[in-house]
Structures are given as structure tokens and as C-alpha cells.
Design a protein around this ligand. Sequence first.
Ligand code: RUB
Length: 322
Amino acid sequence: ADARVDPAVEETARAIAEMEIRGAAAIADAAAEALATQARQTDAGSPEAFRAALRRAARTLYETRPTAVSLPNALRYVLHGMEGTTVSDLRSSTIAHAEEFRTDLEQAQSRLGEVGANRLRDGDVVLTHCHSTDALACVEAALEEGKEIEAIVKETRPRKQGHITARELREWGVPVSLVVDNAARRSLERADHVLVGADSIAADGSVVNKIGTSGLAVMARERGVPVVVAAQTIKLHPDTMTGHTVEIERRAESEVLSDEERAEIVGESDPDGLTVENPAFDVTPPRHVDAIVTERGQFPPESIVVLMRELFGHSTGEPWRP
Ligand code: RUB
């Protein structure tokens, strides 16, 4: 009975934890791929050992980052697809489900893009935060329809994911103004939409996304600029239907402050007197969100729970528990 986690799964987990693989959709895709690899590589002698190996792999992946619900949703989808009474049946059903998940993910994103593109008019300026493949899918679809789109891209400290967004938009020929995060309110003067992604969406329509999204949404409301959240349904957080909250990841001080910078601030004072808070995400309340764009159409945030019940009514709890 070999319930060892495959080295390739460990490597995917490391890459997610260290943000070489990042963004909710990419994390879900990599996790499903890793489970398929685990299924292929496990030389389990019994169905029980096979199941145990897959559950351990899922747990290893689950423990990397806590906020993007696409990760447990992906793990649950693949593990629930593990069917059969022999190792060989379990293996093939798991691999098939992982592949199905990954194909669906890609198709959902392109359908979502077409829905989101309907909101964008020729000549519009979108203001983005962080890097979201779901948000960019809306821009891409609009471009394919022949619309001209411009972008104001927030740098997104401390990890500067705005650079990834800017690079992708430039590849598509979109004119990009890169701005520091502090320029958000001023930049809203010439924005037609705020367009962001999501890591998790709660049952009340709250949107959990990169830190800074909620402040941006408040300012956009003040300026009368609509806030559009592009999020495939795997971003819906089923546990929030039963009152659980979404855990906000806190990341290392080193992302914000180098050792030298710390030493300079602290000087001769007690080093414990300086702490760095580095939450990676924040919560935007539904009243500051104009629309959630999914592959199933566009929803006002207050009614997203209907979709959540339909799609995830029975899937809550830790993914490796039946
Ligand atoms: C990424 C982030 C993105 C969402 C959506 O945070 O907040 O907006 O994950 O991305 P991090 P996508 O860089 O910390 O992972 O639409 O690609 O799923």
C-alpha cells in the first residue's frame, strides 16, 4: 500500500505556495493536473491505497494557499469523479475527471469572456487590478468583436501582478497606462469600467479578490464607474452558504520590506515594535459591485446565491472527505 505523494505533486504545491503558479483559475488547473499525475504514478496495490494516495495528494495541494476556492472546488471535482472497484478503474476515472475539469475550465472562461464583452463598447477604457485571466478574457472577446479597448493597469503592490496584465494586453495591441496603486482615484476620472477577477465569491455576493479591490470599488462607486467582477462559477465558495467565512491569506513580511529596510526603520528600537501586515486579499461588499460575470451569464451580486445553490448545493467541507 503506497500512499506516497508523488514528487510532481509536491512540486506543483511548492510552485503554488511560492506563487510561480498564481491566480485562482491557474491554481485550479494546476491542481487538477497534479491529481491526474498522482493517479497515473501511484503504484497502489489496492483500491483503498489508491484512494488514500489521492486524498493525501489533494491535501498537500489544498494546504498551499487558503483564499482561492477554485482550489478546493477543483480537488473536490476530481476526487468525486474517482469511481470504480479496481485500481485500474479508479485510475482511469480520476484521470478522465481531471481532464474534463481542465477542459471545462477553459471553455467556461471563453464563454464568460463573451458575456463580459457585451458590456464593453468600442473605445471604452477599463481599469484593472492585479492579474485575472477571467477579466482579461472579457477584453480579449471584445477585441475579437473588433472593439477598441484601452486599459489603465494598476501596478498592484507588493507583487506587481499588474505587470503581467500589462504585458498580456500589450501582446494584444491594447494601449496600456500603468499607474501606481495610489493613482486609482485620479485614474477613475477617465475609466468607463473597473474590471477585476475574484478568488472567492461568498453567498451574500461579497467578492474576495486581491488586496486593494475593495478600496477601488468604493472609489469607483463614488465616481459612478461600474465595477464588473469576472468570475467563473468555480470561484463560488460553497461553505459560505452555511455561514463559514473565507480565509484571507497573510503573506510574508519580506514581500513588503527587505532586511535592510527593516534595520533602517527599527534603528536602535525594539525590533518587535515593528510588524508588517501583508494580507493578500480583501472583501468587497455586494453593494459596491455592479455585476458578476460568469459563464452562465451576468448576475447582480445579491442573486449569486441562487447559482451557488444550484451548482454547489451538496459540496461543502474538506475536499478529501466523502
Ligand atoms: C490573484 C487575484 C486574481 C484572481 C482571479 O491573486 O487576486 O484577481 O485570482 O484570477 P494572486 P483568475 O496573484 O495572489 O494569486 O481570473 O486568473 O482566476
